[in-house]
Structures are given as structure tokens and as C-alpha cells.
Design a protein around this ligand. Structure first.
Ligand SMILES: [Zn+2]
Length: 502
């Protein structure tokens, strides 16, 4: 066992240790109190004791986003997926009897409240779909604090650091994870509520006043803020880390953020990503790395989360370090609980169980770039100008392109006529003085070579115009792809809308 972390260090022992935790969790907590999983396990004639080796995990059917859709048999996600305690079952628990004898019935009742009464929710986001709420009890908030504090620690934070949490103030995981994690970690973390709550100016005033060591937020918003900060002549020599969540942050974006920090007198900063999603009620961080050496991946603490990688087409498990879709199972959640949840997110590296080569932590690591199917949203990209477009790839291309500060892709119908052709407009704010025409030619060629289509137009904007286009200060999350085609033309793909990421 690892003295510091309380789980086995060898990969095979760790997997068996997690499986034992899962069996106990299913037997004592999930199956007695989850309407959905009780039905499912009965239907499959499945008993937790049958899960003897990691291969047996596949006996548990996946849970997917479609299980939450209205109209699905028995689908009431709040009720069916939330643990509803049965007092009779609880009172037969050995721990309950022992506690009642030692501390009295009132203490037992209080314990049940802490374990099962919902106190908080965060929800998935979506424009066309109803958000799905995920409930947290006091027990879950303890796990949120623990998971958050661990993420601060993985990022290499220390308590002396002053931090600003720029995530949007909303019932979304990102804000609350950073908030509760910071409180538990024990450092000064000021939540500004992001652009919509305080505006760009309000956030900049606080940054100027606090002189933070760490900025935490969504890449596009942090980029906007720092661009403005540089334009306003800010000096932030204290800045040591930028911690990102909510969107992808490929190498190009990280490079731009480093360059902005350098212009403000902070030449050596860590730009660190996190990955999480509403259904996990947790997120995981990378540890600091040199860009040349590459990231060691998201550090997943194995006592709370069991991660599998599966073939996205067949659902078959993939081996150590093989790419595939990320599947999540909690090991200690209360409130809303999903088992073997298919995220729709594919990772091009895989899951590694060897200790981290940088920080030495013995935890499973999700290594590689994650492509989020949910980000394809409801755009009919497959029919865009008659050509299949891999939006995830395109996003990487644009984020990594030289001379692009921020960008937005806009879809329209020509003449706003639903029967006319699709139009694709690339909006760009430049970080430098590159010649418009030359950049237009370069970007058009790059676009065509990567996607086989040409944008109809490439339009250049000032930073201020781009902030307006992307909704900085008016929307919770900046828009990098907008579909201005008439509503009837847009695909109503509710399923792809549901997962909010941090
Ligand atoms: Zn590490």
C-alpha cells in the first residue's frame, strides 16, 4: 500500500482494490437506494458478487446520455438516478446499529441526512436540450472538497498563493469545484463569477488589485482578459499558473497564454488543464509539465472514481495506454449516481497506471488529447457544404494556427434563405500586425487542406468586436461556433447537448 495515499501501488492490485470498493458500494449504497440500477441489475440478473475480476465490469450495462431523455421508459433522471434512502434498509446496516448503540438515535438520523439529503445541484448545459441536474448531498460536497483540494495539489499550488477563480457563477461544476476545492485546500481563492457577473473591467480591476499567483478559468475567457490586461499595460510578475477547464486548450492556446503572461512580466508560468464533467461531480488536473516533454495526463484519484477506456464503436474494453472512449463509475457518490457512464469523450492516448513520471503520484492517468463529441453540438457539420468536417480537429487547427488570437466559426444560409446554400464565415482577431490579405490566403489554404472546404469569407475584427461576437460579458460561456441558420435547418440533437464540461 502507498502510505501517503491509502491505495495499492501496483497496477493489478489497484484494479482489484477498486473492484472490491465497487462491489461494496453497489451492495450497500447503490442497489438498495437507486431505482434505476435496482431495476437494471434485476433485469440483468446481476449481483455485485459476480464482479470478481476487472473483466467482469462489462457485465454492468453502460449508462448513456439517452438514459436521461424524456420519453425513455421510466426516465426521470432526478428521481431514478438519485439515491433515495429506505430507512428500514438503513437501520439494518451494521454500521448503523453500532452507531446507534454508541452515539444514540439522533446521531444516526443526522448521519442519514448528511449522506442522503440533497443540498446542491450542478447541471449539464445545452441550448436545445433541457439541462439535467445532478444532485449533491453533504457527503458529495465532502468529496467535491477532497477532489478539488487534490486537484489544487496536483497543479502544484501552495497555500501562500493568491488565486482568482474566473469560472462563471452558475450551477455548473467548474465554479463549485474550484470554490470548494480552494476552501478545503486552504488557500485564498477569490471567485469573480466570470465575465457575465463582473464584466471584463470588473475582473481586470480585481486582477490588478489582487496580483494573483494563479488564474483559474475557461481558456477563451482567460485569453480575452489577458489580451486586455496587456493592452492596458498590466504588470503581473507574481503570476505562476493558469489553470484551465471547460474547453479544450491545445498547445497553440497554451503558447498564446504564456506569451501574454510573459508580456506582463511573468516569463515562466505553468499552463495546466483540468478535465471533468457534470455526471462525475468531480474533475481531474494535470501536473505541471514542460511543453517539449508533454503532459503526464489528468490524475484520477482511484478511491473515488473508476475510469475505463472502451472502443467507441463496440464498447469493448481497451488495454493499458490504448485510445478510446472515457467511461466513468463513481466509487463513493451519493445524490445522483450513474454507473459505467459513457461520456462520448475520446482520448487519443489512453489510461496509464504507472506512477506519474513528473510528480510520482500513484494514480491512474488519462493521457492524450480529448475530443468531445458533445462539442459537435447540433451543427450539421456532416452536411456542411456537402463535406464531412471533423470539428474537433478543426478546433485544434484554429487554436494552433499562428497569427490567430481568438476565432469564431459562423454558419449561415446565404441570403438567410433556409433553402439556399450553407455559408461558413471564419471570424478572427489577430494578436499581431500580420497583413490581412496574406493571413487570409494562409488560413484559407490551411482550412482547405484540413477540411477540404473553403470558408466563404474570413473577416478580421478588433479584440473588442470579437468579445461582442463571442458573448464575453453577456453569455456564461464564450461561443466559438455559432449557427445562424434558421431554426428548422438546425438538427435538434438533444443528446449531444447535455454534458457540461469543466
Ligand atoms: Zn504528476
Amino acid at each position: 500500500m502507498n502510505a501517503k495515499s491509502r491505495w495499492p501501488t501496483s497496477p493489478p492490485s489497484l484494479r482489484n482494490w477498486q473492484l472490491a470498493r465497487l462491489r461494496a458500494y453497489l451492495r450497500d449504497t447503490v442497489l438498495p437506494f437507486s431505482a434505476h440500477y435496482r431495476r437494471l441489475f434485476e433485469k440483468e440478473r446481476l449481483d455485485p458478487a459476480m464482479l470478481r475480476s476487472p473483466d467482469d465490469l462489462r457485465r454492468i450495462p453502460f449508462t448513456t446520455k439517452s438514459d436521461f431523455l424524456p420519453g425513455h421508459e421510466g426516465a426521470d433522471p432526478v428521481r431514478d438516478f438519485a439515491l433515495a434512502p429506505d430507512k428500514a434498509v438503513l437501520s439494518r446496516r451494521l454500521s448503523t446499529i453500532a452507531k446507534a448503540l454508541l452515539r444514540g438515535r439522533a446521531s444516526v438520523a443526522e448521519g442519514f441526512e448528511r449522506e442522503f439529503r440533497p443540498l446542491l445541484l450542478t447541471s449539464t448545459t445545452g441550448r436545445s436540450a433541457e439541462p439535467i441536474p445532478f444532485l449533491y448531498t453533504a457527503h458529495d460536497i465532502e468529496n467535491l472538497k477532497l477532489g478539488g483540494a487534490r486537484a489544487y495539489s496536483v497543479c502544484g499550488a501552495n497555500r501562500e498563493m493568491r488565486m482568482i477563480n474566473l469560472f462563471p457563477f452558475a450551477p455548473h461544476l467548474a465554479f463549485w469545484f474550484a470554490h470548494y476545492g480552494g476552501a478545503e485546500f486552504g488557500a485564498f481563492v477569490l471567485g469573480t463569477g466570470g465575465g457575465k457577473t463582473m464584466g471584463t473591467d470588473g475582473n481586470l480591476r480585481l486582477i490588478k488589485k489582487i496580483k494573483p499567483d494563479v488564474l483559474i478559468g475557461m481558456p477563451t475567457f482567460v485569453y480575452h482578459l489577458l489580451t486586455q490586461a496587456v493592452a492596458d499595460g498590466f504588470v503581473l510578475p507574481n503570476l505562476k499558473k493558469i489553470v484551465l477547464g471547460g474547453e479544450k486548450a491545445p498547445g497553440g492556446m497554451r503558447r498564446k497564454l504564456r506569451a501574454l503572461a510573459a508580456q506582463m512580466g511573468a516569463p515562466q508560468i505553468d499552463v495546466i488543464r483540468t478535465y471533468g464533467f457534470t455526471e462525475a461531480k468531480l474533475a481531474w488536473a494535470e501536473c505541471p509539465f514542460h511543453e517539449d516533454a508533454g503532459s503526464a495526463g489528468y490524475h484520477v484519484h482511484p478511491d473515488r472514481s473508476l475510469i475505463e477506456i472502451v472502443d467507441p464503436k463496440t464498447g469493448d474494453p481497451r488495454g493499458e495506454g490504448e485510445p478510446g472512449e472515457i467511461v466513468f463509475t463513481p466509487l463513493d457518490a451519493r445524490g445522483s449516481v450513474v454507473l459505467r457512464y459513457r461520456t462520448g469523450d475520446c482520448i487519443d492516448g489512453g489510461l496509464f497506471h504507472e506512477p506519474c513520471p513528473y510528480c510520482g503520484l500513484h494514480v491512474p492517468r488519462l493521457v492524450g488529447e480529448i475530443s468531445r463529441n458533445s462539442e459537435i453540438r447540433d451543427l450539421q457539420l456532416d452536411k456542411l457544404k456537402g463535406t464531412l468536417v471533423d470539428f474537433n480537429h478543426l478546433e485544434h487547427v484554429l487554436d494552433n494556427a499562428e497569427h490567430i488570437g481568438t476565432w469564431q466559426l459562423e454558419l449561415r444560409k446565404q441570403h438567410d434563405d433556409p433553402l439556399d446554400l450553407d455559408e461558413l464565415i471564419l471570424h478572427v482577431a489577430k494578436p499581431d500586425m500580420t497583413d490581412d490579405d496574406r493571413l487570409r490566403v494562409t488560413l484559407d489554404a490551411r482550412f482547405a487542406s484540413e477540411t477540404e472546404i473553403h470558408p466563404n469569407r474570413i473577416e478580421f475584427h478588433t479584440d473588442e468586436e470579437m468579445r461582442r461576437l463571442q458573448g464575453v460579458g453577456t453569455l456564461l460561456k464564450e461561443q466559438r461556433v455559432v449557427d445562424h441558420r434558421p431554426a428548422g435547418v438546425q438538427r435538434k440533437d438533444a443528446e449531444a447537448q447535455r454534458t457540461q464540461r469543466i
